[in-house]
Design a protein around this ligand. Sequence first.
Ligand code: 13P
Length: 265
Amino acid sequence: MKRKKIVVGNWKMNMTMDQSNSLIKELKSISENDVEIKIAPSFTNLHNAVLLGQLSSSNGQYIEVVAQNIHSEERGAYTGEISAEMLKSIGVKSVIIGHSERRKYFNETDSILSKKVKTAIKYNIGVIFCVGEELSERENNNHFNVIKDQISIGLFDLDAYEINKVVIAYEPVWAIGTGKTANSNQIQEMHEFIRELVKDKFDHLRNKSTNDSAASESLRILYGGSVKPNNAKEIFSLQDVDGGLIGGASLNFADFSTIIKAANG
Ligand code: 13P
């Protein structure tokens, strides 16, 4: 099955509103119709990004806007937090959940993340669910177990319909912002492992009478961690890699557009 590639720019805590607006305008000039282009700006830039991203352009390029976080509860006394319904009301289509920076600096546990996933999906917001091992976990040969736990706690109480709203991003923590990319073997074997986990859990649940494709076949699995213009093509050519989640290199047009083009090939 041919899966359309996705390239997501995770802007993290970068970009003023002016910077965000001008980069989105530049991205609108790209015409790579075989790639879904998504950006995840900060909360303050989300609404503008939605408006600019959906503006019609001569080449028909649409930029989908993703939030970087969401609260697990639907509403209430949670000062400073943002709900699924709020995101929905401004046209945000999906949200990153489980990024290692949220796990590490904001103590988000697998069970909190699982709740966030459920809440997002309840409001029909797509989920980009991040998983990844620490360097010490890989060195102890425990990386497959770590990813299995993150995925099973985070996603396995979804049903056969809900899992189709999820994109998984494999981001080895040791490769994020370090300039150290996982090598092709490490990436491909982990992506294949992730697809197998989803297959074992969900594929037998599909509704054969409506000809639904198996969840594991349509699942997009992105790689993240020091994806740059010079390594994107090789990474995106791997069999089970369906695009990338890009940090630093998504902050400027030259690098990000080169990476997007690499996904189109
Ligand atoms: P870098 O591309 O800067 O390594 O960041 C990856 C990342 O964390 C994307 O979510």
